[in-house]
Write a new protein. Structure first.
Length: 324
């Protein structure tokens, strides 16, 4: 039903899933560039289609709305919200061989901008496992939000410019919505602002927005790309204080790696406990893990799960479904 081919492939219908190389037909779970390519025909949700074309230019797309089944050969494909970024989707594939759920990047907890995750039950779970290390148990979301708002408020009171560095698509919009809900004035780097306009056009409201090319207002917080992006630079900042927002901030060394003054542990990925919770909710007979530490598979096996690395499921070594 599926195999690993430098990425996930649904075998019977030859559908590449989140592949970074061009495919005749490719499913895109969300519009981060490490999950998509310039496919001849891309299958994705409406919001992802808009964001995909913003990044790659006009491309042929087949829109898959959440919960609407698509019959394709011997398979029925259905998308479900992944809770990662706006429009992000899990892909459920049902056939006579059983049911498979591919999570893509996901988060079970609340988000200011992404649709709430809704993983259905499946025989096989193929899951993204970025934080598949027990060290990465994130604090309550409310604590991280309070920490971010407190830092921004303190920096503004000192007459300085708070600059929140976040991924241009996804994290930047979530941070913006968190800050505008707190009554703070937000201005956005042009790269962030362009994506935010698409969010709003697709129905995801972010609050009052302003584009900022240089010289931000004294009473505003700036939302900009990560510092490592050369395009992130802005001029006219008043003694700027840089703030990173990422789940990796659980690690005390993260602040130095990112080159920021503060690092706040706010993530759009499932942490370790949510990864395990996802398995419990889906109740699969087998779990295939990808995009995470190899040790996660070992940990799951110790907990009694039938766990494997997706990379071990090549065309010559197909999965074996043990029905319950």
């Amino acid at each position: 039903m599926f195999h690993y081919d430098r990425g996930l492939r649904i075998t019977s219908i030859d559908l590449g899933v989140d592949m970074r190389r061009r495919q005749p037909r490719g499913f895109i779970s969300h519009a981060h560039t490490d999950h998509m390519a310039r496919h001849e025909l891309a299958y994705c949700t409406p919001a992802t289609a808009e964001l995909y074309q913003h990044r790659f230019g006009p491309r042929a797309t087949h829109v898959m709305r959440f919960g609407e089944p698509l019959t394709w050969g011997d398979c029925i494909l259905t998308t479900h919200p992944a809770g990662h970024v706006f429009g992000s989707a899990m892909l459920a594939v049902a056939s006579s061989e059983g049911t498979v759920l591919y999570t893509g990047d996901f988060k079970l907890g609340p988000s200011a901008t992404a649709e709430p995750a809704a993983p259905p039950r499946a025989d096989i779970l193929i899951m993204e496992s970025t934080y598949g290390d027990p060290r990465y148990r994130l604090p309550p979301r409310e604590e991280s939000i309070a920490q971010l708002i407190a830092i921004v408020t303190r920096v503004l009171a000192a007459g300085r410019t708070p600059v929140v560095h976040a991924y241009v698509l996804g994290k930047a919009q979530e941070v913006t919505r968190i800050l505008t809900r707190a009554g703070l004035r937000v201005v956005q780097h042009p790269l962030v602002y362009a994506v935010s306009l698409i969010y709003e056009r697709c129905g995801c409201e972010l609050g009052p927005l302003e584009r900022c090319d240089s010289n931000p207002p004294a009473d505003a917080v700036v939302v900009a790309p990560p510092r490592r992006q050369k395009a992130a630079a802005l001029t006219g900042l008043r003694r700027p204080v840089s703030i990173g927002v990422t789940g990796w901030a659980i690690d005390p060394s993260c602040r130095w790696r990112l080159g920021v003054d503060y690092a706040v542990p706010l993530s759009d990925h499932a942490d370790f406990d949510e990864l395990v919770e996802c398995i419990e909710r889906v109740e699969p007979a087998a779990v295939y893990c990808t995009h995470g530490p190899a040790e996660f598979v070992t940990l799951l096996r110790k907990q009694g799960y039938n766990a494997h690395a997706l990379e071990d499921c090549s065309a010559g070594r197909p999965f074996q479904l043990i029905r319950r």
